[in-house]
Design a protein around this ligand. Sequence first.
Ligand code: SF4
Length: 234
Amino acid sequence: MKGVAAHLDAADAATPASAPAEPRLRVTEIFHSLQGEADAVGWPTVFVRLTGCPLRCVWCDTEYSFHGGTWRTFADVLAEVASHGARHVCVTGGEPLSQKRCLALLTQLCDDGYEVSLETSGALDVAEVDARVRKVVDLKAPGSGEVARNLWSNLDALRPHDQLKIVIADRTDYEWARECVAGHRLSERCQVLFSPVHGRVAPRELAEWILADRLPVRMQLQLHKLLWGSEPGR
Ligand code: SF4
């Protein structure tokens, strides 16, 4: 985590002294699509995918965001967002919070009147995220390979409009998630979303587990995957 952030900041600091000191972010892509998950599912949304992630979830479907990208000024990012004419903006990654200027971008988007959401791994501190932003915070289950990265103090930074998302790869993940819901009283904090890993758990099987246990969680399937598969920019 720190390695990625430090790398990105160091690269930015390499800007020649004569260049304008405009804040910049490393951006993998900006695109217009339908929100595929969480509370805003189905809304036309502009996605700002920031580059870099300190995690390596085994089922990650956005590995192309780990490296590369383009340094872009806030003004450039905001202009492209505005060009799509959508009310909803989702800042995602990678892990967007691995670039500390992400916080300022989120606030600027809120100030500009957008409905703003943030998709974050749950491994980095979300306490400083603008309160107007709807945070979608992952809890990494064992099957991700990154369960040790969960930053549990993030639970105390959640607001009722936020969402916790647990991606389930198998029955072991499901039972871990069920224990989290009970042990941390997750559903009293905000909405809790369970999502199956494509090709690992049949959606119907996960649905039946949730119903059998009467869990106070919301199951979701990724709408964009149903519509477009794993195509980048969708
Ligand atoms: S946190 Fe997200 S972007 Fe990073 S490896 Fe995991 S799934 Fe991929």
